[in-house]
Design a protein around this ligand. Structure first.
Ligand code: ZN
Length: 767
């Protein structure tokens, strides 16, 4: 398999390559392994989740999941949440408030006999009432700190729907333990104005409202999305920002106001949000081909400066830029918004929270780009389980680099490449850990939102895919993936399947290594050149010397020779390539544009490899008269070889084996075969056994595979590693041998007998 990436200059040339899956291949690293791990300052992604974690705002690993859910998540489909909460007694000193709420869930049975429904609600809240279809009281059993189970009034059949209303209340607790990372946080603006704001990712919605979600430390299932009404009542003069569109603002007795928001776009529970405080607000307009959409901003008065407003308003341009890249903004019939909250960034659906943390203000352009991109990647298309969180985070991380490339006046590809270079964290500290989050890591959100893997290495996976597919197919693949899973949830395998349809072949070799395995390649490489029969070749050796505990990666690698780009499909380590070039090479560069999340030895040293066939006479696929073929055959290698003639044979389809004499068998190039007489018209195959040819300089056996024995373009031979017989097919033109003739048959049988005796004798002699 080979690939030919898009190249604007049109100067891409392609080198073979027979692709061999080399995952299990053992190697002898050239260099001593380096195991030291630097733990220096680690850059932190734009995303608020990762940055907050890096700033130490996550408490501790969480308890393993309980098994309190009696029915499977797939046994029900929540169609709609109608949530009505009131917050009061906001105490930003003790970080608590009184929360009184009622959630009516419209639930469809996906079981043939559903008689129970489990939901999450933290046991700090007491339940005042539970009713099916508004009027039928039902019992609620608290089964764990996180989970309650309702015994339904009757059994519900497949696809039957009902509503379940839960009324609850309690004082929220300060943000400690899991509540630091999720829940209803009571804090204050710089001027001490209280703020009540939620953040629930990944599985903390239960800490402030009754909800169906996967348990803490469990994979969850984000495929159950529901439409939403959310009404939040607050003491005056607080106002409320939330998902969707504002439906009404209702003044209530006691200096209270209810803000009623709603969204017709289904949302996962952890992306439902509200923030209640004193905001200054303004609205911009995003104009798109189908009309226009409000972009609403809720800013703390103390931070309401022209500079901060301008920073957030860039999201209007970002909407246009990302729509061009990924397809129209997913929630274009409602809104996009940004509001201040006491956390760095969270991509709540249609309403992103942004705020200061550490030295960061919450108004950074990269943060705004990252969180907006999440509306496509994370909100509209959501990772199906938290194992696949990279489908949210690395997409948003790559998107904020794409913004720097494609924004009006942006820096183009060099700007993106500079960002990606900074995200290719130097060896060797960050190479541990896979991009995929395995179940045992789900108990610690720090592992789910690991900057090095979930964000940076994941974004590099997209960067590498982009180069492998070419820009056109890469962005088409992103749009196709979005279209296939819009308003749904997806897995790594789903994304892989879409990419494969654009790549034109399976990509297991890529996804398995980069998503599920750990590490990155460290390339040791070198080059030399040779001229053979007036033709020039670059000799390239590639090895991978990363820690032995990591896999050897399969990657197509750009090799630029005097400005021309060749692609070496590196699927073994060590591996050797012989690349025909138009003139004596002066400069050879290895992945010069850094398209691979790997590291390259800056001091290349060439290590000689196995011999490869660069020319033959007759050439593969050649059809000549007997006179033109003659009686002298040549096999030309890129380097001098020693030959064992017993491993070389010539045979016609009709005429059978042909005898010949080797002119010389040591230190030769080319190898010359002298036939005793001209060949009869027939189709012939010349076979050069790998074991019969050894390079003088490396001592390695022939790398002989010829992809198509009938095509001259199949040379040079080989898949990059020693071994593999070379088969060269050619035809001698003329009238075929009259095999029906008795004399012909007799001659053929005699020939086979003689040849068999010769071969048997040689085999015996070699023992
Ligand atoms: Zn993010």
């Amino acid at each position: 398999m080979y690939l030919s990436p898009a190249c604007a200059s049109g100067r891409v040339l392609v080198v073979f390559i027979v692709s061999v899956w080399a995952l299990g291949r053992t190697t002898e690293p050239v260099h001593a392994q380096v195991s030291a791990r630097s733990v220096g300052a680690t850059p932190v992604p734009s995303c608020g989740m990762a940055r907050s974690l890096a700033e130490g705002h996550w408490a501790q690993p969480l308890a393993p999941p309980d098994t309190a859910y009696l029915e499977a998540l797939a046994d029900t489909d929540v169609l709609h949440y109608s949530l009505d909460v009131e917050v009061s007694n906001l105490d930003h000193i003790d970080n608590t408030c009184l929360l009184v709420g009622r959630n009516t869930m419209t639930i469809q049975s996906k079981s043939v006999a559903l008689d129970e429904f489990s939901f999450r609600l933290c046991d700090i809240y007491s339940i005042a009432g539970a009713h099916v279809n508004e009027t039928i009281p039902v019992a609620v059993t608290t089964t764990s700190e996180t989970t309650r189970v309702v015994t339904l009034d009757r059994t519900y059949a497949l696809d039957e729907s009902f509503t379940l209303t839960i009324e609850y209340s309690g004082n929220t607790i300060p943000a400690i333990g899991p509540f630091w990372s999720g829940g209803l946080q009571v804090d204050a603006q710089p001027d001490d104005t209280p703020v009540a704001a939620t953040r629930s990712q990944p599985y903390f919605a239960y800490s402030w409202w009754p909800v169906k979600e996967g348990d803490v430390a469990a994979p969850g299932d984000n495929s159950d999305k529901a439409t939403l009404e959310i009404s939040v009542t607050v003491p005056d003069p607080l106002i409320v920002a939330s998902n969707g569109l504002l439906q009404s603002v209702d003044a209530l007795p006691g200096d209270r106001t209810a803000y009623r928001w709603a969204s017709n776009y289904a949302v996962i529970p952890s992306l439902v949000c509200f923030a209640a405080t004193e905001f200054n607000t303004w609205t911009a307009t995003y104009t798109h081909p189908g009309g226009s959409m409000p972009v609403e901003f809720f800013i703390y008065p103390a931070w309401d400066t022209a500079e901060n407003r301008a920073a957030w308003e860039k999201s209007v341009i970002m909407l246009d830029t990302f729509a061009g890249m990924f397809g129209e903004y997913p929630f274009v019939d409602e809104k996009y918004g940004i509001y201040n909250f006491p956390w760095y960034g969270l991509e709540h659906q249609t309403m992103t929270g942004q705020g200061p943390i550490g030295d960061y203000t919450g108004f950074e352009e990269s943060l705004s780009a990252h969180e907006l991109a999440h509306q496509w990647w994370g909100d509209s298309v959501t990772c199906k389980t938290w194992n696949h969180i990279w489908l949210n985070e690395s997409f948003a991380t790559y998107a904020d680099a794409l913004w720097e490339e494609f924004k009006p006046g942006g820096g183009g590809l060099p700007a993106l490449q500079a960002i990606m270079r900074d995200r290719k964290i130097p060896p060797f500290y960050p190479l541990d850990g896979s991009v995929y989050v395995y179940d045992e890591e789900l108990g610690n959100p720090t592992d789910i939102f690991d900057p090095n893997t979930t964000y940076y290495k994941g974004s590099w996976i997209l960067h590498m895919l982009r180069h492998m597919l070419g820009d056109g197919d890469f962005f088409d693949a992103l749009r196709a993936y979005r279209a296939a899973f819009e308003f749904q949830a997806a897995t790594t395998e789903d994304f892989q399947a879409v990419c494969e349809s654009f790549y034109g072949g399976e990509l297991d070799w890529f996804f398995q290594q980069w998503v599920y395995e750990e590490g990155s390649p460290i390339y040791d490489w070198g080059w030399d050149s040779v001229e053979v029969n007036g033709r020039h070749y670059v000799l390239l050796s590639i090895d991978q010397v990363q820690d032995e505990s990591f896999v050897r990666f399969t990657m197509p690698i750009d090799v630029v020779v005097d400005g021309d780009t060749y692609v070496a499909f590196n699927d073994a380590a060590p591996q050797h390539f012989v690349i025909p070039v138009p003139s004596a090479p002066v400069s050879v560069e290895f992945d010069p544009d850094e398209w691979i999340h790997g590291f390259v030895n800056p001091d290349p040293v060439y290590h000689p490899g196995p011999p490869k066939i660069v020319e033959t006479f007759p050439a593969p696929g050649e059809a000549l008269s007997a006179e033109a073929v003659g009686t002298v055959f040549t096999i030309t290698f890129h380097t001098t070889v020693d030959v064992d003639g017993a491993d070389i044979s010539l045979s016609g389809v009709e005429t059978g084996p042909v005898s010949f004499v080797i002119a010389a068998d040591t230190d030769v190039n080319p190898l010359v075969l002298n036939l005793s007489e001209p060949l009869a018209p027939d189709a012939y195959t010349l076979t050069i056994g790998a074991n019969g040819v050894v390079a003088v300089n490396s001592g390695l056996a022939l790398d002989g595979e010829i992809g198509n024995p009938n095509a001259p373009a199949s040379l040079p031979s080989g898949d990059g590693v020693p071994g593999g017989d070379a088969l060269i097919a050619f035809t001698v033109l003329g009238d075929p041998v009259p095999t029906t003739s008795v004399w012909g048959l007799v001659a053929l049988m005699l020939l086979i007998l003689v040849a068999g005796t010769v071969l048997a004798t040689r085999r015996f002699q070699r023992q």
